[in-house]
Design a protein. Structure first.
Length: 394
């Protein structure tokens, strides 16, 4: 069997291991549920949706489906973060907060931010690879994500703290379980303790005020210091996970499918490859909603208080294996970042960081994956370690 023939199976096997290491029970359960149909009611879990078109309908319909009812993200995060952190808001207040924060994520702003905070660590990444070093891309992604988030939320940039801060944030998100609608009292206390430590410096930025940081904007919007601190906590939890999970998986998939060398010749368009890898990996593998008014999803009736589990990963993966040359159909396009009024506000920043890190890896020359270890019991599946090295240095 030729190398080209086994490579697609290799990337798929590794992605399966990434998923099952993170969620050994839930991942297999969701796949079994999806095999029964596009919309399935499951005791203790909720109404599971695994069809992209139906998922988009649910996410865009805020009249019937909400983030604030029973079984929704509010049940998980409001006890930890407070009531005003976007991911547990709905309606006019949610819209007003999004509008005020949107200036932090314009293309011009995120490009300037990446240039300012990522230039040094990415130059170091390329230099280390060219020098023949073996580099752990998980640690690099933690550094880049940490630097960007610190800049936005007004925290001091301290590279020595990035890995520890990411581990602490992952501890909090790792408490989430598919069949559990909320955290236990002990988990809430621990999550508050961890986030209190991570967001302590944001209080200074809030008191200082100004438009250049998230805490300053929240103060001008009228949020209390405690509400602003909760919002900063939410950005810390969600703002690092996409990059730290995705970048190593992106490089691994490109390597395993034999596409990494082709990207490095300077002529390839990176965007289709990045978008397709996002479809395969799905940064938000599950999204939750609560039914606010009686409705139907694909012919299945739902009533107020029902929990809806949008299996985003299965919705996206149903469109076949990794194939960057194929355009995404409208129903699945960027579904992993949400849809409708809750579409991920930080998407432009995530995409800018992803392109920047990938470009720095490619700039070093032909690179191989030399080792990897999957992350266990985390909310967003990923690698705990993924090392790369310049091929000529091996």
């Amino acid at each position: 069997m030729t190398t080209a023939a086994v490579r697609p199976a290799a990337w798929d096997r590794w992605e399966h291991r990434v998923q099952t290491s993170a969620h050994p029970v839930a991942y297999r359960l969701l796949r079994a549920i999806a095999a029964r149909g596009p919309v399935v009611r499951v005791p203790r879990v909720g109404v599971v949706v695994s069809d992209a078109a139906l998922a988009r309908q649910v996410l865009c319909d805020t009249t019937h489906f909400t983030k604030t009812g029973p079984g929704s993200p509010a049940d998980l995060w409001t006890p930890v973060l407070g009531p005003s952190v976007l991911l547990n808001m709905e309606g006019p207040d949610h819209g007003a907060l999004r509008r005020r924060l949107s200036g932090l994520f314009t293309p011009g702003y995120v490009a300037a931010l990446c240039e300012r905070v990522l230039a040094q660590p990415l130059a170091e990444l390329t230099h280390r690879l060219r020098s023949g070093e073996e580099v752990d891309l998980v640690r690099v992604a933690q550094t880049c994500a940490g630097a960007a988030i610190c800049e936005i939320v007004g925290l001091p940039v301290d590279p020595r703290r990035f890995a520890t801060a990411h581990a602490e944030a992952a501890e909090v998100t790792g408490m989430v379980r598919l069949w559990r609608h909320s955290m236990t009292t002990r988990q809430v206390a621990r999550a508050r303790e961890v986030l209190g430590r991570l967001t302590a410096s944001a209080v200074t930025a809030y008191r200082r005020g100004g438009e250049e940081t998230l805490p300053g904007r929240l103060r001008e919007l009228g949020l209390s210091e405690q509400e602003a601190r909760g919002a900063v906590g939410a950005f810390l939890l969600t703002g690092t996970e996409t990059l730290v999970s995705f970048v190593p998986r992106l490089v691994a998939i490109c390597h395993d499918t034999g596409r990494l060398d082709g990207l490095g010749d300077g002529t390839a368009d990176l965007d289709p490859v990045v978008e397709e890898a996002l479809r395969i990996t799905v940064p938000s593998p599950v999204m939750l909603r609560s039914v606010a008014r009686s409705a139907e999803i694909g012919g299945v009736p739902v009533e107020p208080g029902d929990r809806v589990v949008v299996a985003t990963l299965l919705c996206a993966r149903a469109y076949g294996p990794f194939a960057p040359e194929l355009p995404h159909p409208p129903e699945v396009r960027r579904l992993w970042f949400g849809a409708g009024p809750h579409f991920c506000l930080g998407m432009p920043l995530a995409m800018a960081q992803i392109r920047a890190v990938l470009t720095a890896v490619l700039a070093a020359g032909p690179t191989d994956v030399t080792g990897r270890r999957t992350a266990r019991r985390v909310l967003i599946p990923g690698y705990a370690r993924l090392t790369v090295k310049l091929r000529s240095a091996r």
